[in-house]
Design a protein around this ligand. Sequence first.
Ligand code: GDP
Ligand code: MG
Length: 214
Amino acid sequence: MSSYTPSQDTLLKVIVLGDSGVGKTSLINTYVHKKFKLQFKPTIGADVVAKKLQVDGKKVSLQIWDTAGQERFQSLGPAFFRGADACVLVYDVNVQKSFDSLQTWHHEFIKQTDISDPTKFPFVVIGNKIDLDNGASRAVTTKRAKEWCASIEGEPDAVPYFETSAKENVNVDEAFLDIAKVALSKGHAQDIYYESMVGSLSEIEEAQSGGCPC
Ligand code: GDP
Ligand code: MG
């Protein structure tokens, strides 16, 4: 911590939600580490990773919060939602139920946070695993997904929609770049300074130590 120097980075807290198995952790791994692992390994608590990027010349530090295998709202503590600048809703294009669940995830997110106007909050929707069976096992059409995105904010294209493959690294960078963009344009991101770093780090510790089902 002693070597930390204040920077002009804008800190954006991004929460990734969706049913278990849709590929949330894989998308984050592909984006941040350029790694895709085939095994399915749900972890305990919250996983937080950071990624620095530039958006229109502005330095941004994305703090990406993953549900870490606890895809139930009761088990996600308040630290998980506090201060979120954007929410990414992920489903699997091959699993209808994971798409149907987006409604619940969206609804619960709004309930858990104290957003004054949900229509102005930055949501991004991702349909993942487009590579599976070369698209033969797809259960949800792009059209249907876009209709839902339009329905949650009442105007077409208000909620950006991306179709990705974490496995083959298709559209993953594009999706996260857009997440940063919408969070910057609609959000209330604060600039990082020493105290807020300390605050966010203790929040991470709190989230990692909390939520253990044992
Ligand atoms: P999470 O529970 O939402 O975090 O899902 P995971 O990231 O753990 O992924 C669940 C399973 O789906 C794992 O076996 C992954 O390897 C697999 N998976 C994730 N993304 C993709 C993808 O884009 N394509 C394919 N074919 N499999 C994927
Ligand atoms: Mg996971």
